[in-house]
Design a protein around this ligand. Structure first.
Ligand code: ADP
Ligand code: MG
Length: 730
């Protein structure tokens, strides 16, 4: 139920901070207490089961049914002791967020009673009646047959009274219906490809691990103000609202203290995260008012992604306790910064060597350059695909819109690495490398300086920046599943590393030494991938022109950005790495287009309703007040020559308001017509394009008129909380 504006504003401004429930113990004592982690496994599983399970986790090997039965029994005992009554398979369908279906731990005992039951069969596989999850036609609704299967590499956890088991979600025909399945495939293939290349430099490696450290940005808004804004409640963004006179101009929020109401929320959130084993570490204000950020210590990519998914749902729950609503939408408010989810990405060996850290000796440095250059090369070749992997109706308001960075992928390396690559490119084999049997490899341009982590050498405008010992992919939106971007990046880099190995081998076959072959291939790659490197201001208009000249993908339309998934080179890359089949890619694109359509459709409906039922009636009412005033002025001063002057302002206002009322009414009608026309299209892609080209533009046009009206109509009459009321938590 929505409440009135002034009621909401009053409640919000009188709100006191709700004190956080902070445990008496140190974090180290309760960290992971709601996770079936190795400590719990050791306690609740037999030695053999523990060994078999951890071996499977560490090596990605299958688990047989007998072991699964033992694990299920241990898990159940652990959960029951914690008061848990239900369990669920927890998976990540192609919509936003996660899905779960809770079942009680009880079964008939055959004697009219009940027993607590949870077998290995239930742990390993389930059939959520999932016909309503988007599947792009892979699984028609008559069959509705998809199943979820246990992912032992991500530990089970407890939320409230429910044991949650991370699972993949697959159609009976074997196709992935989720993000997790292809993410795991991409991590595996990248691990193998990187290991093969790593062995050129160092034989001492068993496994390469992919890491992800996300930074989650979000907005908070008072619960009552949120309820008084149907657009926020239904679309998570304000579809109208004039900019506040003060917003982020002074940067005072970024540097300011965290408000106490928010501080208490953050404390509670962190406690919940620690119990769930999410290693959150930093919290701070962001640039826009009411905007904040939370970041954990980085973890293995699949686990980190599960933790981010889990965090988003925990945030929503905990925020309610503090009378807040958390907004994960990429652009809830026009005119202030949007929210992203920076994905810090790196690879490391099982011996703890970070592949993106320059090392102490020459071999390390060539290895470092090899992985950096191959990554840049992958980003270059697949820049359109990487953009498609983060494209959505909501993120589009952040990327490519007038006030945001453009929707163009480029990489920033910093002056030091750029100089090294330039030198590399321009050096000859003779002056760059001396292969000496005793001393090994010598890079002519000397050591790579240690100073790479220098913060001053950072470019905040780059969508894909090298930040010392990792790449930071900054284009993903705050509401997304990082899996989408990570699986595209992992696969592209894996494919590129495979190509690198082939190129090196080809030169070796011609009789070149390994070092010379590596040098030559890298040199060619550095030259080829140059267009993707950009160290200037990524937000400038000059860059848009320059990027187009360089042949980078500059497509601004989200439905057309998705085409990048189905280009022959993408299909080749995904199928040859085994991450996604052509059928899966096609089906997933259907889902993407459909989700795009629905998001715009809902926004169009909500804005239509708000225009006709909230805004126009109020504008008409205020117009009547003005007309009444003019009539009374005439009554009183009719013959006075000053009457014209006195009534000039109200008459001018009436005319303006009438103009806006007409425009809004007309445009809402046109928008409805545009929707009807688009809805007649049956091809998803065509329909999404129609929504983008002919429906979405009305959202901005209608809003402009309404935002002008907001400045004219009596403040007392305006029905919806204004930006200045929504945006400043005390
Ligand atoms: P900033 O805002 O300056 O980018 P933050 O501290 O907010 O820095 O976030 C940095 C993120 O990067 C954290 O999640 C951190 O764990 C992660 N990170 C640090 N080193 C690595 C690495 N080698 N691989 C992946 N992520 C990393
Ligand atoms: Mg960052």
């Amino acid at each position: 139920m929505s409440i009135s504006r002034f009621n909401a504003v009053e409640k919000a401004s009188n709100r006191k901070a709700v004190e956080a429930v902070t445990p008496e113990h140190k974090v180290s004592e309760y960290y992971g207490e709601n996770v079936f982690n190795r400590k719990a496994m050791q306690k609740y599983l037999s030695k053999e089961t523990y060994k078999a399970l951890t071996h499977a986790i560490d090596n990605g090997t299958p688990i047989d049914r007998e072991i699964a039965n033992h694990v299920a029994a241990g898990m159940r005992m652990w959960a029951l002791e914690k008061g848990v009554t239900h369990y669920t398979h927890w998976f990540q369908p192609l919509t936003d967020g996660t899905a779960e279906k809770h079942d009680a731990f009880v079964e008939h005992d055959g004697n009219g009673g009940m027993i607590e039951e949870f077998s290995g069969k239930l742990l390993v596989q389930q059939e959520p009646d999932a016909s309503s999850f988007p599947n792009g036609g892979l699984r028609n609704t008559f069959e509705a047959r998809g199943y979820s299967a246990w992912d032992p590499s991500s530990p089970a956890f407890i939320v409230d009274d429910t044991l949650c088991i991370p699972t993949v979600f697959i159609a009976y025909t074997g196709e992935a219906l989720d993000y997790k399945t292809p993410l795991i495939r991409s991590i595996e293939v990248l691990g193998e490809a990187a290991k093969d290349v790593y062995r050129y430099f160092d034989e001492d490696v068993n496994k390469i691990i992919t890491y992800l450290g996300w930074e989650q940005e979000y907005f908070l808004v008072d619960e009552d103000l949120y309820s008084a804004r149907p657009d926020l409640s239904l679309t998570e963004r304000t579809l109208l609202g004039h900019e506040s006179a003060k917003n982020q101009q002074l940067d005072d929020h970024y540097f300011g203290a965290i408000p106490s109401r928010v501080q208490e929320f953050m404390k509670d959130l962190e406690t919940e995260c620690y119990k769930l084993g999410i290693p959150v570490k930093t919290r701070h204000n962001e640039v826009a008012p009411n905007q904040f950020e939370l970041a954990p210590i980085y973890e293995e990519c699949n686990l980190a992604n599960d933790h981010n998914q889990l965090l988003m749902s925990v945030m929503k729950r905990v925020s309610r306790r503090h009378n807040f609503r958390v907004l994960l939408h990429e652009k809830p408010f026009n005119g202030v910064n949007g929210s992203g989810k920076h994905c810090n990405w790196s690879m490391g060996t099982d011996k703890g060597v970070n592949l993106f850290s320059p090392g102490k000796d020459r071999e390390d440095n060539l290895r470092f350059i090899t992985f950096v250059v191959n990554t840049i090369m992958a980003v270059y070749k697949y820049n359109a695909l990487l953009k498609a992997s983060i494209a959505s109706a909501t993120n589009a308001h952040r990327l490519g819109a007038n006030e945001a960075p453009p929707a163009i992928i480029s990489t920033f390396l910093g002056t030091q690495i750029s100089e090294i690559l330039d030198k590399f490119e321009n050096s000859s084999i003779e002056d760059a490398i001396e292969v000496d049997d005793k001393k090994g490899l010598h890079l002519g341009f000397g050591q790579i300086p240690e100073l790479l982590l220098d913060n001053t050498d950072r470019n905040r405008t780059s969508p894909f920046a090298f930040t010392g010992n990792r790449f930071e992919f900054r284009a993903p939106g705050s509401s997304v599943n990082c899996g989408s971007a990570m699986l595209a990046l992992n696969s592209a880099v894996a494919y590129q590393l495979q190509q690198f190995k082939k190129d090196v081998e080809a030169l070796q076959a011609e009789g070149k030494s390994k070092e010379v072959a590596i040098f030559k291939v890298l040199k060619a790659y550095i030259k080829e991938s140059k267009p993707i490197r950009f160290d200037g201001n990524g937000y400038s208009d000059e860059w848009k022109e320059e990027a187009a000249k360089r042949g980078l993908d500059c497509q601004n339309s989200v439905p057309l950005q998705y085409d990048a998934y189905l280009k022959p080179e993408s299909i080749e890359m995904f199928t040859s790495t085994g991450v996604l089949t052509q059928k899966e890619l096609e089906a997933r694109n259907e889902v993407k287009w459909e989700v795009y359509i629905k998001k715009v459709q809902i926004e169009a409906r909500v804005l239509g309703d708000l225009s006709l039922n909230h805004i126009i009636p109020v504008a008409v009412r205020y117009q009547s007040v003005l007309l009444d005033n003019i009539a009374k002025l005439k009554e009183t001063f009719g013959d006075d020559p000053e009457f014209r002057d006195m009534s000039e302002e109200p008459r001018r206002l009436v005319r303006k308001i009438a103009g806006h009322i007409c425009a809004v009414t007309k445009k809402v009608d046109e928008m409805v017509e545009a929707r009807k026309k688009a809805n007649r299209l049956t091809d998803m892609r065509e329909k999404a394009i129609a929504y983008h080209d002919s429906v979405a533009p009305y959202l901005d046009e209608i809003r402009d008129h309404i935002d002008d009206l907001e400045l004219m109509v009596d403040n007392q009459m305006w029905p919806l909380p204004k930006y200045r009321e929504l945006l400043f938590i005390r």
